[in-house]
Design a protein around this ligand. Structure first.
Ligand SMILES: *Cc1c(COP(=O)(O)O)cnc(C)c1O
Length: 389
């Protein structure tokens, strides 16, 4: 594959339908496939044909898996019913009772809850290490099976050094599994920097239209095939409709990200000058504490912006309740701009002290910038940040 990411997003895995010449792949809404002979059926069961029984595999899954694998330069990819199911698939395939997992503590809330559950119920050790504590990581890694991390981190958009984490994991004999949801393969390629497995919530930017739930895992074929086997038997597969919508969404990934990132950068710079805003976190701003690292390891700074309101929680709540064009809603990465307060969503289960340790203040607002026009988004935020209407 030598095409650029735009071409890959549009064409990889999306060959025209050989039966009709239709330019887009037909949606095959079927749970099973018919075979004329027993050898045909056995070939299907071995995965040598695109369809067999839909939990095992389906041509509409193949298209999105091919795109995701190609965009990450990976040997293989597997589709799941959600981002959490994708992470679950990695654990089902690569961790067993008695193993230990090390994770950087600043994680998506669901990932953190799942790790806590796993430790308690399946006899897997979990060590959470503060993002910046190198000594703690050195102490925790020996004997670990997996190192888990994500970047940019939700919601502070802090950046971790993927290459350095991969090197440290490998030195200790562990695999690095990386949540790349905020960056997408267009802006960051963890596998090329040494990560072993990458997963993303396709519910977010890959789908891009807030109309589906899905997840994807990619990596070297020998590491991904066990994940595919786990999916077969645990059954956390998306359905063909979802796969078809996701294939369509992924075709415009690069176009959407270009526009969304450009608008996000403009909004971040504008918010930084706004009198009601105490600080702005956007990896593309020179004021961002990890700007240099972001510049080195990312190809774009993304569509997520976080800002801290001067008036604290009350002011942040007022912004969330006053925006009109921007929706006050969890989730991110869609064409419509969404805004949420981490205090009430992703970080609600933490104490105030734990939130402070992650850099999540009470006045923090998380904004996912969509495809609307910059001026309209500015006007909406200006009104929401200003005096009560
Ligand atoms: C949303 C999200 C997930 C979970 O994905 P679902 O599709 O909701 O299961 C995991 N990691 C990050 C960073 C996310 O934003």
């Amino acid at each position: 594959m030598t095409h650029g990411p735009g071409t890959t997003s549009v064409h990889e895995g999306s060959e025209p339908d050989p039966a009709t010449g239709a330019v887009t792949r037909p949606l095959l809404r079927t749970s099973t496939f018919r075979f004329d002979t027993v050898p045909d059926l056995l070939a299907g069961a071995r995965g040598e044909r695109p369809g067999f029984y839909t939990r095992y595999g389906h041509p509409n899954f193949g298209a999105v898996e091919a795109k995701f694998a190609a965009l990450h330069g990976a040997g293989a990819a597997v589709l799941f019913a959600s981002g959490m199911a994708a992470f679950g698939g990695i654990l089902q395939a690569h961790v067993r009772a008695g193993d230990r997992i090390v994770a950087l503590a600043d994680l998506y809330g669901g990932t953190r809850v799942l790790l806590a559950e796993l430790a308690a119920r399946f006899g897997v050790g979990v060590t959470l290490v503060p993002r910046h504590d190198d000594d703690a990581l050195t102490r925790a890694l020996p004997g670990a099976r997996l190192l888990i991390a994500e970047s940019p981190i939700n919601p502070t958009l802090r950046i971790v050094d993927v290459g350095r984490l991969a090197e440290r994991a490998h030195r200790a004999g562990a695999l690095l599994a990386f949540d790349n949801t905020f960056a997408t393969p267009v802006h960051q390629q963890p596998l090329a920097m040494g990560a072993d497995l990458v997963w993303e919530s396709a519910t977010k930017a890959l789908g891009g239209h807030s109309d589906l739930l899905a997840g994807l895992v990619a990596g070297r074929a020998d590491l991904v095939e066990p994940v595919r086997e786990a999916r077969k038997v645990w059954g956390a597969i998306a359905d063909p409709d979802t796969a078809w919508l996701l294939e369509r969404g992924m075709k415009t990934l690069v176009a959407r990200l270009d526009r969304q990132s450009r608008t996000a950068a403009e909004l971040a710079a504008w918010l930084e000058r706004h009198p009601a805003v105490a600080s702005v976190l956007y990896p593309g701003l020179p004021s961002h504490p990890d700007h240099e690292l972001a510049r080195r390891q990312m190809r774009g700074y993304g569509f997520m912006v976080a800002f801290d309101c001067r008036g604290g929680l009350e002011a942040a709540r007022a912004v969330a309740e006053r925006v009109r064009l921007i929706a006050h809603a969890p989730s991110l990465g869609g064409v419509e701009s969404l805004l949420s307060l981490p205090v009430y969503t992703s970080h609600a289960y933490l104490t105030a002290a734990e939130r402070a340790a992650c850099g999540v203040g009470d006045g923090l607002v998380r904004l996912s910038v969509g495809c609307e026009d910059l001026g309209d988004l500015q006007a909406d935020l200006e009104a929401a940040l200003g005096a009560p209407r």
